[in-house]
Design a protein around this ligand. Structure first.
Ligand code: IMP
Length: 423
């Protein structure tokens, strides 16, 4: 059985958690393939809101095994907090949640290095979530990292100590003052590692291979978004992992030929949290309305998200890089009440009109060209059928489908599981 893949097409926060939760009933295994606790996947059902950072979004379903793949970076401290939040659900965590031995660990000093690096950058800072993501992936590619499987070795604490000491000397190199209490951080870290060690560690690529042979259905869950990809995103204002489709192959050990559907999730408008270019960003009342109605605050950091019109040039690029086969449009309800909607269909770049994403999309290089469309007044949040959607919203959707050349199969009209319309 092939693997389906679900990922974000913008700068993250598209609503992947909600859709994975909605789709999980159709899958035996939900597997996260990259990122770490920089992610905040929000799920709402039965009147409650849940935010997951590292644990896959299928955890609340009885039928699904949830797998943290080798491409993910795990902070035991945050992981323990996530597990604590799940206690009230009485889930069989040892059975339902499997961890790849090849996933890398975020150490307390990775977080300190992240803070020192950002502080030393001043105005040029990335706007990192400061969860230690960048330094951990640097240690991974630098071949210095500590992996989950190492926790099963007798000398793992020696390895830990030698990497920690190296990090401390690196922190001193940065031109930034970072206050920390290493004893406190380590006490918390070792307590959390103890909890992590109670979970089930597996050779996840082998597990997934056998699962495919046994005809199990598998959904690979991405984190962040394509425009934050280390290669294809708005570098250097990106995260440190491969957030695009290729990341599912390297982050799970799944062969490219075994990928079936690629579900691309996008918001009906655009948001971004942290620094970096954002051609359609709004600084006016329209942007403020999107932020207010859409409750656009980071699920991990609480930072307000920057808001703007839908950027079809960037979205088309993401659709192509990922080979998206089905689209899912989120937060359509947030646009209710706008008289006129704008969609960016091209850029003026170096005096010429272009319809692809160029190397430099900083504001001084790009002027967005918009197509205006009529808005709709109706409140969508109580709608359950495609036939109820207002005509102008259907026109909006059909315009996007024509431009992107991929069908929009789901329209989300609110944060709850039930506010999901299939087309
Ligand atoms: P880092 O991955 O924490 O180093 O952050 C790098 C950039 O990616 C920053 O601009 C963050 O705001 C952004 N980022 C990281 N994770 C997410 C996410 O899950 N959603 C949205 N933005 C994110």
């Amino acid at each position: 059985m092939a693997v389906d893949l679900l990922l974000g097409l913008q700068w993250g926060d598209e609503g992947k958690g909600k859709i994975v939760d909605v789709l999980t009933k159709d899958y035996n295994i939900i597997a996260r393939f990259q990122g770490g606790p920089n992610a905040g996947h929000t799920l709402e059902f039965d009147g409650h809101k849940h935010v997951l950072h590292t644990i896959p979004s299928g955890i609340f379903h009885d039928n699904a095994i949830n797998l943290v793949g080798n491409g993910v970076v795990i902070d035991p401290v945050i992981f323990k907090k996530e597990l604590d939040n799940l206690k009230k659900f009485d889930l069989d965590i040892q059975k339902k949640l499997l961890i790849s031995r090849k996933a890398h660990l975020i150490l307390p000093t990775h977080r300190l290095l992240d803070a020192a690096s950002e502080a030393s950058k001043g105005k040029a800072k990335i706007g990192s979530t400061l969860k230690g993501i960048g330094p951990t992936y640097m240690d991974k590619t630098g071949r210095n990292g500590i992996r989950v499987g190492d926790l099963e070795l007798t000398d793992w604490k020696d390895r830990y100590a030698s990497l920690r000491d190296k990090h401390i000397s690196m922190i001193d190199f940065y031109d930034a003052k970072i206050d920390y209490n290493l004893d406190e951080l380590e006490t918390e870290f070792f307590a959390a590692v103890k909890v992590l060690k109670t979970l089930t560690f597996i050779d996840s690529e082998e597990y997934l291979y056998q699962a495919q042979k046994a005809e199990k259905t598998i959904l690979a869950e991405g984190a962040q978004g394509s425009l934050l990809d280390i290669d294809f995103g708005t570098y250097p204002f990106v995260t440190s992992s491969t957030t695009t489709a290729a990341g599912a192959c390297t982050g799970l050990g799944v062969a490219p030929t075994d990928i079936n559907e690629v579900f691309g999730i996008f918001k009906a408008y655009t948001t971004r949290v942290g620094s970096g270019p954002f051609p359609t960003e709004l600084f006016d009342e329209d942007g403020a309305t999107m932020g207010r109605v859409g409750n656009e605050f980071g699920a991990t950091t609480g930072r307000p998200r920057r808001c703007g019109w839908l950027d079809l040039v960037a979205l088309k690029y993401a659709v192509r890089v990922n080979g998206v086969t089905q689209l899912m449009m989120m937060k359509g309800d947030v646009l209710s009440g706008f008289k006129t909607l704008k969609v960016c269909t091209a850029y003026i770049y170096q005096g010429k009109e272009i319809d692809h994403l160029p190397y430099n999309i900083e504001p001084e290089n790009i002027e967005p060209i918009y197509t205006e469309m009529k808005g709709w007044a109706a409140d969508l949040t109580g709608m359950t059928e495609a036939s109820q959607l207002p005509e102008n919203l259907n026109t909006y959707i059909e315009f996007l489908e024509k431009e992107l050349e991929v069908p929009i199969k789901i329209v989300s009209v609110g944060p709850d599981r039930t506010q999901t319309i299939k087309r």
